[in-house]
Write a protein that binds this ligand. Structure first.
Ligand code: HAM
Length: 413
């Protein structure tokens, strides 16, 4: 039996791989304009890094990590997200001593052991931006505007940006208390098993439980925005004002608590109504205590990640680029000349191909057609003797043929 890929891990051929290349290039361009530089971090980290940053109580840490011992028994984990590794690299390189604000872009595969479905894979890819060293609300707004610009520039429409403020540890503590009191007043038997457990350990997560029973029980829960302290409120107001000024529409959602524990103040998600249950295409927020919690200096941060598989489901179809030429060789000695012509044109910057298998004129012409090349360049024995090439413009009506000197072919393009 032949070996197949692992469930939830996909191969990617064009057009999907082309879509990924396109998104990465656009991301580098758009985020590069905003001052982001690229950081590449390892795919594997010490397990402890994720437990300490994402949070022991989260689904990601409890159920979804690919964790294994290495040959010396040290526990390692395939990264389930990029932020923790970026923080580790930032602290380890003492980057804050080199620049007051770091804007770091990263992209690549992430791993979560979830049930695969449309838009949800065990190996998936994120485009990730983190801005470290600024606590200004203008930074939150800048980041969100950059994200929405990127999504617009790759051609996505009809997305909605949901936002909430989770407050700071002190005002959130008061909110947690009020929320637990509210939850305790309910018939808790009606909550799902996960929520029964987390209503005391991580009560905010009860708010974004997808189970219908939990949803209806929490519909009248106190909202966190009412508990934001004046500083958190003011921070959020400036973010919202700047987004309004940048003409980025926002929907406030006081149940948006995100699935990772490190957030404070601004949190956001971009959702699409067009891709089914896994509707969140991007998510992020501020995480001011995280770097300190991981042993670094007390440096604030804010960031987001987009899920590339989900973006790919929404991308408008793009027409594949046409190659410039396809060379057809027919007769004695013509294959060598064709090989030379292809190399010479490619070295001059033009794209095209030929058939190394040769074959009949008809079959080579079929390949020329299939390649969608703009010009078919035919070298027969007669052309070879005269140092010429017959040219067919494949896009012209009737595809008439004329001949040009072999040395002047590049002028066609
Ligand atoms: P997240 O919400 O866990 O946040 O993931 C961000 C995005 O990754 C999601 O909105 C979704 O598009 C995509 N995603 C997550 N899981 C899967 C999956 N199994 N299959 C396909 N796509 C998936 C984070 O990861 C945070 N690190 C974001 C962040 C950066 N916050 C601050 N900085």
């Amino acid at each position: 039996m032949s070996v197949t890929s692992i469930k939830g891990f996909a191969d990617m051929f064009p057009p999907e791989s082309d879509a990924f290349t396109f998104m990465e290039a656009k991301a580098r361009e758009v985020f590069g304009r905003c001052g982001f530089v690229e950081l590449r971090t390892p795919i594997v980290e010490h397990t402890e890094l994720f437990c300490r940053s994402i949070g022991e109580e989260t689904d990601v840490v409890q159920k979804e990590m690919y964790t294994f011992p290495d040959r010396k028994g040290r526990m390692l984990t395939l990264r389930p997200e990029a932020t923790a590794g970026v923080m580790r690299a930032y602290i380890q390189s003492a980057r804050h001593t080199q620049e007051p604000v770091s804007k770091l872009f990263t992209t690549g595969p992430m791993f979560r052991y979830e049930r695969p479905q449309k838009g949800r894979m065990r190996q998936f890819h994120q485009i990730n931006c983190e801005c470290l060293g600024s606590s200004s609300p203008y930074t939150d707004a800048e980041l969100i505007v950059a994200l929405m610009t990127f999504l617009q520039e790759i051609g996505l429409r009809d997305l909605s940006l949901k936002m909430n403020s989770l407050g700071c540890p002190s005002c959130r503590a008061a909110y947690k208390k009020a929320l637990i009191a509210y939850l305790e007043g309910l018939d808790t038997e009606l909550l799902c098993d996960d929520c029964k457990r987390r209503m005391h350990t991580n009560p905010l997560r009860v708010l974004d439980c997808k189970q219908e029973g939990c949803k209806s029980l929490t519909a009248a829960a106190p909202t966190i925005l009412d508990y934001n302290c004046p500083d958190c409120r003011q921070h959020f107001d400036v973010v919202l004002r700047m987004l309004d000024a940048a003409k980025v529409p926002v929907t406030l959602d006081s149940c948006l608590v995100r699935g990772l524990d490190y957030y404070c103040r601004t949190t956001f998600e971009v959702v699409s109504g067009a891709i089914g249950a896994q509707s969140s295409v991007a998510g992020g927020g501020r995480y001011d205590g995280l770097i300190k919690q991981l042993g670094g200096a007390d440096i604030p941060g804010v960031g987001f990640a987009c899920g590339m598989e989900r973006l790919a489901l929404l991308l408008p179809q793009r027409e594949a680029l046409r190659p410039d030429f396809f060379v057809v060789a027919m007769g004695q000695g013509t294959q060598d000349a064709a090989f030379g012509l292809v190399n010479s044109l490619r070295r001059q910057g033009f794209a095209g191909d030929m058939s190394h298998a040769g074959g009949s004129f008809k079959s080579q012409m079929r390949q020329a057609d299939k390649s969608r090349a703009r010009f078919c360049l035919i070298i027969g024995e007669e052309e070879l003797a005269q140092g010429k090439v017959s040219v067919k413009n494949m896009l012209a009506e009737g595809k008439e043929q004329h001949s040009v000197p072999m040395a002047g072919v590049a002028e066609l393009f």
